[in-house]
Design a protein. Structure first.
Length: 559
């Protein structure tokens, strides 16, 4: 298993041994970038740590962070840890209401405000009396400026220590099923998980090879926090690049030329749909089948996506359609699915070259124990296991078995070799009026593999048969009202429904496929900040229309 050295000790070692090596590269807007060395990052962290200590907060005080991904998010977190405090990161897309809740629930003593797009809407959620510090690139009126503070403050000396049981961070879940919960993560758990990630990644790309990664998934989420930030702090040989904006994302990828790239299913799907928008799937498939031309096409497609240097690609946070994994592997990209959650610091399962069947999430990472309950709920005991839920002892107690396994809420099955396949969420499984239980996720994965579909949900509680709601692919949506295009969509989705029903058991046959009127986004509340579907919210929105859908008895409906 990974080293027991704590994450701050790794950072101190890199400061001493790699001081002049570039650690992070930050876009400054409009083209210029700033390269930040280990020495520079640690010097600023030490100065901010000294300032925070001078404010006299109680030991372990919660310091909140509201920012998009940027170099100073990581530097600020190091400062908080050195000063003896605990970080509370808030998703940069959250509403003022949720921001207010998290700040109050965590008992935050100060807020770092960083790079944001929605500050004017979020600012009302911040109590007027809460001290604020503005990171570089923050909105103009967001607090005392970071640069002013570090310029006037001498750095904290030595190697301030934290105990393994000390609370490093509160990870507030993105709230797909209700009020966000504060997941308590100790320095020991975070350090073990990050060290395990480094061991896994280094076993795949080489122990001493220079590595590059692009940080763009929200750092408020466990997946990015452990596999990118914490892993880079432990590794020391990984250079972290940041994305400037959604519009510059592909250019940011090309700048970083990552050696390993982590994402979520929705982005992998968007990449594919972007390729299909330039070249029809049938033509691409035909070209890939021609020996010499196929190799050239593969390189061109991956280079166009900025992924031509990727040695290992990962997908997590939500299920990814198996056919999508197969498509990327046909392009020559080693795309593997993994499994984890905030409660284990995203350190649970990963696919390997040997165990990489599409549709499965791999085998347990070193030190992880797993078993299935009598009703096939996945139970996990991980080196990265959390300490409990902040201010909720009852929920903490109910979340564990008597022998210390965490109840994930996911349903799955395991092969004799230990390979895990997720078949759904306990709370997502619904019952039809025929008395049959339907797990929606496996059906959704098949729907999402279709080139016309970006996202879908399968529902139908207390109905005779399930139905599906789909969001069309981004390149199709602007033309969806054109009669000829609409007719083609009807035909393709009708064929998809027929194909699915031919494969599915009778009780799972889709009554109809409904085309959503608008895309599901973070902004309209249908997706969490990590782009997971808020199933209950979508079902509540369409509830008044469902009876009418079943009355019409047609294969495809327009919502």
């Amino acid at each position: 298993m990974a080293s027991s050295t704590l994450i701050l000790d790794h950072a101190y070692a890199h400061e001493a041994q790699r001081g002049n090596e570039i650690f992070m590269t930050q876009p400054l807007g409009g083209g210029p970038v700033a390269d930040i060395t280990w020495k520079q990052a640690m010097d600023e962290a030490r100065r901010m740590a000294a300032h925070l200590k001078s404010r006299g907060f109680e030991p372990g005080a919660r310091i909140a962070m509201l920012s998009k991904n940027c170099a100073h998010f990581i530097i600020a977190e190091l400062a908080v840890w050195m000063a003896g405090y605990t970080t509370v990161a808030i998703f940069p897309t959250e509403t003022a209401e949720t921001i207010s809740y998290v700040l109050d629930h965590s008992g935050a003593s100060l807020l770092f405000v960083g790079k944001l797009d929605l500050w004017d809407h979020q600012k009302p959620g911040v109590p007027a009396g809460l001290p604020r510090i503005a990171l570089p690139l923050a909105p103009p009126d967001s607090g005392e400026r970071w640069d002013d503070i570090v310029k006037r403050t001498p750095p904290i000396e030595g190697k301030p220590q934290r105990a393994a049981d000390d609370l490093a961070m509160l990870l507030y879940t993105s709230g797909s099923t209700g009020t966000p919960k504060g997941v308590m993560t100790s320095f020991g758990a975070l350090s073990r998980a990050a060290s395990g990630v480094v061991d896994d990644l280094r076993s795949r790309i080489g122990a001493d090879e220079p590595a590059r990664v692009l940080s763009y998934l929200p750092l408020a989420h466990s997946y990015e926090r452990t596999w990118v930030e914490a892993a880079s702090l432990v590794d020391g040989k990984t250079r972290v690049f940041f994305a400037e904006s959604l519009d510059t994302f592909v250019e940011d990828l090309k700048r970083a030329r990552p050696t390993h790239f982590l994402s979520v299913p929705r982005l992998w799907l968007k990449f594919q749909q972007g390729v299909f928008a330039k070249m029809p799937p049938a033509k691409l498939d035909r070209l890939l089948g021609i020996p010499i031309i196929g190799a050239l096409v593969r390189r061109k497609v991956l280079k166009g996506l900025g992924l031509d240097c990727v040695r290992i690609a990962g997908s997590g946070s939500a299920p990814i359609p198996p056919d999508l994994i197969k498509w990327y592997r046909k392009l020559g990209l080693n795309l593997y699915e993994g499994y984890g959650m905030s409660e284990d610091n995203s350190f649970s399962h990963a696919s390997t070259e040997k165990f990489s069947a599409p549709g499965c999430v791999g085998v347990p990472l070193p030190g992880v124990e797993v078993r299935l309950s009598d009703d096939n709920e996945i139970l996990i005991k991980s080196p990265g296991q959390f300490s409990g839920y902040w201010r909720d002892e009852e929920l903490t107690r109910n979340s564990f078995t008597e022998d210390g396994f965490f109840r994930t809420g996911d349903v799955g099955e395991r092969t004799p070799e230990g390979v895990l396949r997720i078949t759904g969420r306990v709370k997502d499984i619904f019952k039809t009026t025929k008395g049959e239980y339907v797990a929606p996720v496996p059906i959704e994965n098949q729907i999402n593999a279709h080139p016309l579909v970006e996202l879908s949900i399968v529902s139908g509680s207390n109905q005779a048969q399930p139905h599906a709601i789909v969001v069309l692919a981004e390149h199709i949506r602007p033309r969806m009202q054109e009669p000829a295009v609409r007719q083609d969509i009807d035909q393709q989705l009708s064929a998809l429904r027929a194909e699915l029903n031919a494969r599915l058991p009778a009780y799972q046959h889709l009554h109809t496929i409904v085309v959503a009127r608008e895309a599901w986004t973070i902004e309209n509340g249908c997706l969490t900040p990590t782009m997971k579907i808020r199933r209950a919210r979508i079902e509540a929105q369409v509830a008044p229309q469902v009876a009418q859908w079943y009355e019409q008895k047609v294969p495809v409906l327009w919502g």
